[in-house]
Write a protein that binds this ligand. Sequence first.
Ligand code: G3P
Length: 217
Amino acid sequence: MKFFIDTANLEQIKEAQALGILDGVTTNPSLMAKEGITGEANIINHYKAICEEVDGHVSAEVISTDFEGMVKEGEVLASLNPQIVVKLPMIADGVKACKYFSDKGIKTNVTLVFSAGQALLAAKAGATYVSPFIGRLDDISTDGLNLISEIRLIYDNYMYDTQILAASVRHTMHIIDCAKIGADVMTGPLSAITGLLKHPLTDSGLAKFLADYQKGH
Ligand code: G3P
């Protein structure tokens, strides 16, 4: 399972990268705004800075909602660095743009996916990644993990290459459950990733090992 971090915060990206387990980064307009990154030039520079910190794919989302605008923006984003994945919304023009980019060999991530039918369309349009938002489904009393299971089944039935990128991951159990179901990738906050490290028996066991070592010295 690939681990992506879902942030535009360079310090958090560096921290996850330093752990040695980071496979990529996802961003969105809200995450960029949260870091105070505004204006086209600053956003472009920030994507370049993110690409310098990681080896893997970096999803950069278009703002346009029409096909021509998405193509124009996506081509600029894709030209910044081979690591860039053009992130497109799951709307009709986003599906068209996905097909356009996949035909040209440009990597895509279809975002804001909340149903199996939407995920099927993304795969048929040749998406590199599809991003079902599990936390936001949980927020409205709908089982987000069930959507991951449905998409896994459909993609396996037809051997689609599109990778399931479980998004809107909020906590460690989301990561573990996505891994059990067979999501190809998860993207989540640093807290969910580092949360996987924690176990009280690890802490107490280490404390005992060190105390026993000290007794002999
Ligand atoms: O990757 C999608 C993600 O950024 C959405 O997460 O927590 O805003 O639902 P959240």
